[in-house]
Design a protein around this ligand. Sequence first.
Ligand SMILES: NC(=O)c1ccc[n+]([C@@H]2O[C@H](COP(=O)([O-])OP(=O)(O)OC[C@H]3O[C@@H](n4cnc5c(N)ncnc54)[C@H](O)[C@@H]3O)[C@@H](O)[C@H]2O)c1
Length: 306
Amino acid sequence: MQSFKDKVAVITGAGSGMGQQLAINLAKENCNIVICDINKKTIQETEEIIRNYNVSCTALNLDLRDYKNIKTLLETTLKNYNKVDLLFNNAGVVAPSSFLNLSEEDWDWCNDINYNALVKLSRVFLPYLMKSDEGALINTSSIFGIITTPNNTVYHSSKFAVRGFTESLAMELRDEKIQIHSVYPGHIGTNIVLDAKFDKDFLTVENENKNNPDSNQITLQEFGSTFKDTGMNPNKAAKIILKGVKRNKKRIFVGLDAKVMEIAQRITPSHFMKLIPFLNLLIFPYFIKRLKMTRVLISIAKSRKS
Ligand SMILES: NC(=O)c1ccc[n+]([C@@H]2O[C@H](COP(=O)([O-])OP(=O)(O)OC[C@H]3O[C@@H](n4cnc5c(N)ncnc54)[C@H](O)[C@@H]3O)[C@@H](O)[C@H]2O)c1
């Protein structure tokens, strides 16, 4: 794909993080934008930013878990632009929890947004994307769709499923003119952990230790903020994703940490988890920041054992 100029791109979860930055960067390249998010305030903020560029922008406040809304997104796009060239299935959430403490409701919440909505969106948009001369479907998985960590079963399940779905679909449609990409970000500094649903143990530990002066526990708010402060800038991440789309890279890895972890799990599938703290430290530009994040993760691990 040579350029995004005069194309129509739909971006889900564009109120924050990588989705917002994808929308802004596409608008800078004269691409018309359709954005949606469950958060009314933040999607309006993104819309206001896009209005600074000389492109058309349609912003919808909707919950992708409802199939009706997925249809609305498609119908509004076709009504306003009569075509769609790019779909960025970006919206996503996390629900860190031990499996036995994870409620059925939170399991469904995470899977319905990260995986089920993404499949439904792909199904309804694909026939129109395939009509475009340069159409592309871009599905965001995660490095956690390739490696696994404890206390994150539902996120891993949903992201492994996105990877399997997208890579299989890419093979199935390899002779068609549509581009199909799976995106594997490493640690990107966004609001995703601040907006997470944590299990009741995380909260109990937090509350129990709040008044204990000897405790070195951090609060969920601090964890979320540290996650945001220490990851790659989402604007940089969006640029890497868009470059990958232009170059038609089937698998787009975002960040050195994602690349290193992907290689490590291939070389040593059973032991690579032990390497992660060292791998984190190896990522030179983020050395100090990563040190802080490693401390936070150790603190959480300790609190879960106590
Ligand atoms: N941040 C990371 O380190 C990281 C790493 C790997 C993969 N990812 C993936 O990248 C994608 C973007 O995440 P981010 O880090 O920018 O997160 P973010 O929290 O900044 O943005 C996600 C957006 O999705 C929206 N959203 C949530 N539920 C929705 C729903 N039901 N309907 C519509 N919108 C909804 C949120 O309101 C939010 O604006 C996600 O799929 C995430 O899993 C993130």
